[in-house]
Every structure is written in structure tokens, then in C-alpha cells.
Ligand binder design. Structure first.
Ligand code: ATP
Ligand code: MG
Length: 410
């Protein structure tokens, strides 16, 4: 979370410093605050519900704040120590700006710690002791994820607050983060169909958050916050920066500028004015990462020029004849030219400089669903190398036999 120059994923909380320090207030603006209202299930979403909106996601009073999330389990620190073999190194799943994430085991019914390998697996995030900003974000996460439930949001099982210790206990996501699948060296590249399936899951999660009943702006969409279950279903994690969306006549929410460089919408960085369209921009960046296999912000690409993936890709996206040049060469010919062009056109719309010209998330979701449903002919069919992926979709090139890179260089 948080601002990240120049390495987005690992310096998050240091982070909650301003991007530009130029956040302004405005007459049609809602300050960083929320109200308590009971919510009914959002329309058109039978697998999602909101118990109620957080009363006050950010405050110093722990007892008062966590009491609203009484559907969450309150763990003791010693339970979580036992569940992770005393936070042993071999249970470490990853590390972010907030702290380290460990694999743990608990009993399915009682949630008591169990012997490793028995009961259910959970992911336990432990806030770094020195992380001052982390406390605020920890609390926001407890409040939001305690109330919002959807198949494309990671499930928060419980939390621990004991003296200086702040921890969160989540459902375990066996395939880890999208970041690892797209950018980690030595990892088998994910197929085109899987990438579109992931984009669809992310779009569903964001559409749910933006719906009138939830009205939440996520504010931290990036590959490392998209977690994957065993079937590559995407779930959004990390709600520490989430905020209630504008209500009534307000057009936006005024906030400190936080987020991750390369993903944050330019107008938000410039003004601090946050709208659901800020998330749409970040979705456009993630879609571009899925298409190109390149990071939103890459030290090696950017050098000292600070060029983002969006800066690099935009000239190609706006010319249908050049679109294929941005595509991840590891995909080989798994996608059709039409499919790639449609996905690139959608990314371009999401990345429009003027937020008013970006589509809203439900329309983005409809486009992705159409794209995913179209099983048109791949670009370079090589039936002899055809493979079925875990969605039962045929792929023509093994990742190791991808066509030689053409123009995807910097
Ligand atoms: N529920 C989970 N199941 C499995 N692995 C997880 C889970 N939550 C987090 N992880 C792993 O831990 C890593 C670190 O996550 P974390 O959210 O702390 O940091 P980050 O997203 O990389 O950075 P940031 O602090 O900027 O959000 C993730 O990249 C992922 O690999
Ligand atoms: Mg994260």
C-alpha cells in the first residue's frame, strides 16, 4: 500500500506520505470519513452481501472500532504464534510494506491453532512493530473486510490486537499473488484464457465495491494485491487504503494522496480528488500488465526517466495496427488478433486522462465478459503443440516455445 517510488510493491507504508502534497479540498467534496448504515444485498449479486458499512474505519480507539466487526474472530497472539510455529521462516508466504505474511493452521470449527498440516490453512499478516501508518490501515482493513463479502474479495477470518501486536487472519490463497505469476523469474507464464479469467474476477470485485449499496473506492489495485485461489479465481486483498465513495451531491472524496506509483490515476495524484474512476484507471494498468507481462513501474525500463507502463504502451494502444507489439511474447499465439485488439481498446478507455471518459466498472465487466466468452481462433494455431489449461481451454504454444520477441523491447 502507499506511495512507492521507485519499487511499488515493497515500500508501501512508508508510503502513506503524500504523492505531491497538493491535495486540496473542494466545496463538492467529502472528507475522509464514513457513516454507519445497514446495507441490504446489492442488486444483481447473489453471492455477495454487506452486513453493514464500517462505522468509523480509522480511529485510535481499537475496542470501539473492532466491536463493529463482531462477525470476525478475535485471536490471541499466542494462538497465532502456535498456528505459525512461532512465525517460523519456513511458514513465510511473503512480505509487503505492512509486514510479513505467514502460513498457519487452525481448526475449522473452533479456530484454535492446530498441528501444521491439520485443520484449515490460513494466511496470517503480522504488522511490523515500527509501522506507525500500518495501524490505521490495519483498522480500515478490519472494518471493511469485516463487513463486505463477495467471492472476489479475500475473506478475512479474524484479527489479533494485543499490546503492540496487530495481526490479520485471512483465507489462504494457494496460488499467491498475480504479481508472482506475471513477474517472478522462473514461474510458468499464465495463459491468455487465465489472464482474461483473472481480469474478469478483478472487474467483478471492483463492480461490487462500486455498486450503490457498497459505494467503496478500493484505491490500491495492483498485481500484488490480487490473490488467486487454486482455480485462478481472483480476489482483492488489502483494504487499508479503501474509502467510502462520494454520496449525495458530492462528486468526489478529498483524501491524502496515497497509492502506488504507476497504478494511481493522474488526476487523483494531482488533486487528491478520489472517485470510483480512480479504480477504473488502476484496472486499466492491471489489464495492461496482463496483456504485456510488464510491470506498471519497472526500474529497469524506467531507468531515471520515470517512464510508466502506461506512458510506454499508450502510443501502441491507440493504433490498431500496432497493438500486437505490446503483447507478452510468452503468450505465443494463444490469442486472436481481434481479442487482443478488443482487450487493448478496453485498457485504453480505462486509462483515459479525463476520468469522465472512462467507463464505469459494470461496463468494463460487461466488456471483459464478452471478450472472455468469444472463443475465436488463435493468431498462430499450431495444433501439434496444443495443450489444455486448467479451464479446459486449448492453448497452442507451450510457454517455452513462445514466438521470438519482436518489438517488445525498450
Ligand atoms: N491470503 C493470502 N494467501 C496466500 N498468500 C498471501 C495472502 N495474503 C498475502 N499473501 C502473500 O504475501 C505477500 C505479501 O502480501 P502483502 O499484502 O503484505 O504485501 P504486498 O501486497 O506485496 O505489498 P503492499 O504492502 O504494498 O500491499 C503477497 O504478495 C502474497 O504472495
Ligand atoms: Mg498487498
Amino acid at each position: 500500500m502507499g506511495i512507492c517510488w521507485p519499487k511499488p510493491a515493497k515500500c508501501a507504508h512508508a508510503s502513506s506520505t503524500n504523492f505531491s502534497g497538493s491535495a486540496k479540498t473542494h466545496s463538492k467534496t467529502k472528507q475522509e470519513s464514513t457513516s454507519a448504515t445497514a446495507k441490504s444485498p446489492p442488486e444483481g449479486s447473489n453471492k455477495a452481501f454487506i452486513v453493514s458499512k464500517p462505522h468509523k474505519p480509522v480511529s485510535g480507539n481499537l475496542k470501539a472500532d473492532t466491536s463493529v466487526s463482531n462477525n470476525l474472530k478475535s485471536f490471541s497472539f499466542s494462538d497465532l504464534k502456535n498456528a505459525t510455529k512461532n512465525f517460523r521462516q519456513d511458514t513465510l508466504l511473503g512480505e509487503g510494506g505492512f509486514g510479513c505474511v505467514f502460513k498457519g493452521w487452525i481448526d475449522e470449527n473452533t479456530f484454535a491453532p492446530t498441528k501444521p498440516g491439520t485443520g484449515i490453512v490460513v494466511a496470517i499478516k503480522r504488522l511490523k512493530a515500527e509501522s506507525f501508518q500500518g495501524h490505521k490501515e490495519w483498522l480500515a482493513e478490519v472494518n471493511y473486510l469485516g463487513q463486505l463479502h463477495h467471492e472476489n474479495l479475500v475473506k478475512l477470518i479474524g484479527y489479533c490486537v494485543e499490546s503492540e501486536n496487530r495481526l490479520l487472519v485471512y483465507e489462504f490463497m494457494p496460488k499467491g499473488s498475480l504479481e508472482n505469476h506475471l513477474f517472478k523469474k522462473g514461474v510458468q507464464p499464465i495463459s491468455w484464457a487465465t489472464r482474461m479469467h483473472i481480469a474478469m474476477g478483478v472487474a467483478r470485485g471492483l463492480s461490487f465495491l462500486h455498486c450503490l449499496n457498497a459505494n467503496v473506492i478500493y484505491r490500491d489495485l495492483k498485481a500484488s494485491n490480487i490473490l488467486l485461489d487454486s482455480d485462478y479465481n481472483a480476489k482483492l486483498s488489502d483494504f487499508g487504503l479503501a474509502r467510502d465513495g462520494p454520496t449525495g451531491d458530492n462528486t468526489h472524496v478529498s483524501t491524502r494522496v496515497v497509492g502506488t506509483r504507476g497504478y494511481a490515476a493522474p488526476e487523483y495524484v494531482a488533486t487528491g480528488h478520489l472517485t470510483p474512476k480512480s479504480d477504473v484507471y488502476s484496472f486499466g494498468v492491471v489489464l495492461l500488465e496482463l496483456l504485456s507481462g510488464k510491470r506498471a513501474m519497472d526500474d529497469e525500463r524506467a531507468g531515471f526517466s520515470e517512464e510508466t507502463l502506461v506512458d510506454w504502451a499508450k502510443p501502441f494502444l491507440s493504433d490498431n495496427r500496432k497493438v500486437l507489439r505490446i503483447m507478452d511474447t510468452r503468450l505465443g499465439g494463444q490469442y486472436s488478433k481481434k481479442g487482443a485488439q478488443a482487450a487493448a481498446a478496453l485498457a485504453l478507455q480505462c486509462l483515459h486522462t479525463d476520468p469522465k471518459n472512462r467507463p464505469c466498472m459494470v461496463d468494463v465487466l460487461a466488456s471483459i465478459e464478452r471478450l472472455h466468452a468469444t472463443r475465436d481462433t488463435p493468431r498462430t494455431p499450431q495444433q501439434s503443440q496444443a495443450k489444455l489449461d486448467h479451464h479446459g481451454i486449448k492453448h497452442v504454444n507451450s510457454p517455452h516455445k513462445a514466438r521470438a520477441p519482436t518489438t517488445n523491447s525498450y
